[in-house]
Design a protein around this ligand. Structure first.
Ligand code: S3P
Length: 432
C-alpha cells in the first residue's frame, strides 16, 4: 500500500470490535450449556482461526462470512470431540494459548499449529503450567514451539506464579482451572487484561481477584453468554496517535472499550500532553465503553515503564511514532514482551521508523526515541505483523512524501483499516 502525507485529519470512525473479547466469546461459549449470540463479533483473520479450530472440535458455530453476528451452540464442559486433522491457529497467539488451556481439560488428542510467525513464538509459558496440572503436552524444539500436541484429562489445581504479565497465559490456566480438582490461582507481576475474568464470572464461574492475583474454582457448568462486543482500543490506537501528532486533526472514535486494564495508551497520551475527551460513557458486553475525541496536541517526551506496560502492550510501537513528534526523549522500558509478539516489535519498530528518519535506538526491553524528528516517506516493511503494518501507515500519513508499506497484514485485526485511513486523511491518498 502507498500512503501520502495527510493534509488534514477529520472523521468519525466506528472502531472495529475487540479482538480479545471476540476470541473469548467463541471459546467460552463453546463449553457453555446452551446457545449464545455474539453481536458485532470481529470478522478478522485471527477470530476466524479460533472459529475454525472450534468447529473442527465439533462445536456448532453459525457465522456466515461477512455476518456481524455469530451463533454458538455450547453443549457443556465436556463436549469437544477429537478433530480429525491439525488445528490451524494461523497468526493468532490468543487462539493457540487459550485453546491449549481448554484442551488440557479434554481427554482427546489435539495438534495445534500456525503460520511461520506463530510457530516461532514461545509456547513453553503455557505448556509448563498446563503440564504441572497433569496435561500431556509435547512440542517442537524441546517442547517450546508449535506445532504442539496435547492430550488432556483430569487435572490438578495449581497456584502459579507467572514470570510475565500475560492474559494469554493467565487465561489458559484459568480455562484449565475450570477442569481441575480444586481452586487454582495465577499471580502476575502486574495485572494483565481482565476480559477472561469478566466473561467467565458472567457465565457463573467462581472467580476472585485481588490485585494481580486471580483465583478460579472448578466448575461443572457455565451459562451461555450473549453479548455485543465493544470496539477495540488497540484498533482505536492508530487514530489516537495520528490525530494527536498531526497539526490539523480532530477525530471522533465511536464505541471504544475503555476497560482500565487496556487504557495505558490514554495515560501515555496524557503524560505526553495530549488530551483525549471521553463522551457517552456506557457499558457494552460487560465492559466500559465510550466515544473518544482526539485533537492535534503539543507533545513532550515521557517514560513508559512498570504496570503501565501491560496496559498498553499492543500500543507501545505506536508510542514510538508519537515520540517522533514530541519535544525531548521518550523511553519505553520493562517491555521485553514486545520481542515475542507477531514480530519482534522492538526490532520491527526501530527498523521501520529509522528508514523514515526517526532517531530511535533499541533496548532489550523497549526503545528510546529522541524527538522531534522530521519523518520522510520511505519503502517500509510491515513484517507481516498487523500492528507494524498500521504503524507504517500512520507514520506515512504523518511524514513528508510517499510511504510504501509491504506485508501490512492488517486483516488480522482490522480488515477495513485502509478504507478508514482513506476517509480520515484528506489528501493522504492511498493506493493498493
Ligand atoms: C491478548 C493478550 C496479549 C496481547 C494480545 C492479545 C489476549 O498478549 O498482546 O494481542 O487476548 O489475551 P500476552 O498475553 O502475550 O501479553
Amino acid at each position: 500500500m502507498i500512503v501520502n502525507s495527510a493534509g488534514r485529519i477529520r472523521a468519525r470512525i466506528e472502531i472495529p470490535s475487540d479482538k480479545s473479547i471476540s476470541h473469548r466469546s467463541l471459546i467460552f461459549n463453546a463449553i457453555a450449556d446452551g446457545p449464545a449470540t455474539v453481536e458485532r463479533i470481529l470478522d478478522s483473520e485471527d477470530v476466524r482461526s479460533t472459529a475454525a479450530c472450534l468447529s473442527a472440535l465439533g462445536v456448532e458455530i453459525d457465522w456466515p462470512s461477512g455476518a456481524p453476528v455469530a451463533h454458538i451452540r455450547g453443549n457443556g464442559m465436556h463436549s469437544l470431540f477429537e478433530a480429525d486433522d491439525t488445528l490451524d491457529c494461523g497468526n493468532s497467539g490468543t487462539s493457540m494459548r487459550l485453546l491449549l488451556g481448554l484442551l488440557a481439560g479434554h481427554p482427546i488428542l489435539s495438534i495445534l499449529t500456525g503460520d511461520a510467525s506463530l510457530r516461532s513464538r514461545p509456547m513453553a509459558r503455557v505448556i509448563g503450567p498446563l503440564r504441572s496440572m497433569g496435561a500431556q503436552i509435547s512440542a517442537r524444539k524441546g517442547d517450546t514451539l508449535a506445532p504442539v500436541v496435547v492430550r488432556g484429562g483430569s487435572l490438578r489445581a495449581i497456584d502459579y506464579e507467572s514470570p510475565m504479565a500475560s492474559a494469554q497465559v493467565k487465561s489458559a490456566i484459568m480455562l484449565a482451572g475450570l477442569y481441575a480438582n480444586g481452586p487454582s490461582s495465577v499471580i502476575e507481576p502486574d495485572k494483565s487484561r481482565d476480559h477472561t475474568e469478566r466473561m467467565l464470572s458472567a457465565m457463573g464461574a467462581e472467580i476472585a481477584e485481588d490485585g494481580a492475583i486471580t483465583r478460579i474454582r472448578p466448575a461443572s457448568r457455565l451459562s451461555p453468554l450473549s453479548l455485543r462486543v465493544p470496539g477495540d482500543i488497540s484498533s482505536a490506537a492508530p487514530w489516537l496517535v495520528l490525530a494527536a501528532a498531526h497539526p490539523d486533526a480532530e477525530l471522533l472514535l465511536e464505541g471504544v472499550n475503555v476497560n482500565p486494564t487496556r487504557t495505558g495508551l490514554l495515560d501515555i497520551l496524557r503524560q505526553m500532553g495530549a488530551s483525549v475527551e471521553r463522551l457517552e460513557e456506557r457499558t457494552s458486553g460487560g465492559e466500559p465503553a465510550a466515544d473518544l475525541v482526539v485533537r492535534s496536541s503539543q507533545l513532550r517526551g515521557t517514560v513508559v515503564s512498570g504496570s503501565l506496560v501491560p496496559r498498553a502492550i499492543d500500543e507501545l510501537p505506536l508510542v514510538a511514532v508519537l515520540a517522533c513528534f514530541a519535544e525531548g526523549e521518550t523511553v519505553v522500558k520493562d517491555a521485553q514482551e514486545l520481542v515475542v509478539k507477531e514480530s519482534d516489535r522492538v526490532q520491527s519498530t526501530v527498523d521501520l521508523l529509522t528508514r523514515m528518519g526517526a532517531r530511535i535506538t533499541p533496548r532489550p526491553d523497549g526503545f528510546v526515541v529522541h524527538g522531534p524528528a522530521r519523518l520522510h516517506g520511505a519503502r517500509v516493511d510491515g513484517h507481516s505483523d498487523h500492528r507494524i503494518g498500521m504503524l507504517g501507515a500512520i507514520a506515512g500519513a504523518l511524514a513528508e512524501g510517499e510511504t510504501r508499506i509491504e506485508n501490512d497484514a492488517v486483516g488480522v485485526s482490522y480488515p477495513n483499516f485502509w478504507q478508514d485511513l482513506a476517509r480520515a486523511a484528506e489528501g493522504g491518498m492511498i493506493k493498493a
